[in-house]
Design a protein. Sequence first.
Length: 118
Amino acid sequence: QVQLVESGGGVVQPGGSLRLSCTASGSINHIYGMGWYRQAPGQVRELVARNTNGGVPDYADSMKDRFTISRDNAKNTIYLQMSSLRPEDTAAYYCNAQGFLAQILDYWGQGTQVTVSS
């Protein structure tokens, strides 16, 4: 089993910055990619950014110029640096890990709330 623990959410003013962290633990040898998704109330969950092993990061168009995904393989941790935050970035942010064991497997963290408000 894979456990994902997120941290770093909170309340920030428009134009501010936050950094989210997600650490994976457990049986993670089959994981080939990790990323971030978000879900606002009444909305579908959407991709924010993802990073596969050795690959180029993939971003949602509306976030690629403001958000940066990075990883520390030694710590099994990914980060999401968010800047120039807008009220519409308010959402629950979820860490995702994807692996393959005879089939594609998706794992999710519990989510961390980001609220952008003055």
